[in-house]
Ligand binder design. Structure first.
Ligand SMILES: [Ca+2]
Length: 214
């Protein structure tokens, strides 16, 4: 994947210059997971109201093979299903994922979560195919508040790449290889979990979740 090359370069540079141990690095492609069931290594939660998400591994096109889909289209507006990756607890992270909007009349939002403490407290950046924008938020005590937004085309039924690099209070978000958000926020300073996110009736597919904890 072309977008991952800079990640590797940064890690090598940091290790060479300051001698730190390479952080945890994972790539989740769902190829070892059973189709029709939830993937291993994730826990599931919901922020707000409505039904929990139903996160199921499905077979996609030849290029993607197995992918993860949030399949439950409960239209409750203030409903945010989260799939939390169990193995990582980190502060500074470089996360990327491929996503594809499948359906959703109210929303078609797909996001990445970091510094997740619980279902009511975390950072989230997401792109929405109905709103054609990417936005970064903090969720504090269950209240989601945006702190930067950028309008960009997000076609449905097309795979896109969303990436966030979180370093201290500085967050850089790229969408399909272009920087769309560059924000600072000091709400959550401690390490937390990382994960994937959707909203309301969004049925979204995810693949190649790359996690680098620095
Ligand atoms: Ca896959």
């Amino acid at each position: 994947m072309i977008y991952q090359k800079p990640v590797a370069v940064v890690i090598v540079a940091v290790c060479a210059s300051v001698g730190v141990v390479i952080g945890q690095s994972s790539k989740v492609d769902f190829e070892q997971d059973e189709v029709g069931k939830p993937p291993k290594g994730f826990s599931f939660a919901v922020t707000g109201k409505g039904k929990p998400g139903v996160w199921i591994v499905r077979k996609d096109d030849q290029a993607h093979g197995n992918v993860l889909v949030q399949t439950d289209a409960d239209p409750t507006d203030y409903r945010f299903p989260v799939a939390v990756y169990d193995d990582v607890n980190a502060k500074d992270v470089d996360l990327s994922v491929q996503f594809k909007g499948i359906s959703g009349k109210g929303d078609q939002g797909a996001g990445i979560v970091w510094r997740y403490r619980d279902q009511n407290n975390y950072y989230i950046t997401r792109c929405n195919a109905l709103e054609d924008n990417c936005t970064i938020y903090h969720v504090v005590n269950g209240r989601r508040q945006a702190f930067l937004n950028h309008n960009v085309k997000v076609p449905t039924n097309v795979w896109h790449t969303l990436r966030v690099q979180a370093t201290g209070d500085h967050f850089v978000v790229t969408y399909d290889g272009k920087t769309v958000l560059d924000a600072k926020d000091g709400t959550f300073k401690d390490a937390g979990k990382v994960g994937l996110w959707t909203k309301a009736d969004s049925v979204m597919a995810f693949d190649d979740f790359s996690i680098v904890a620095r």
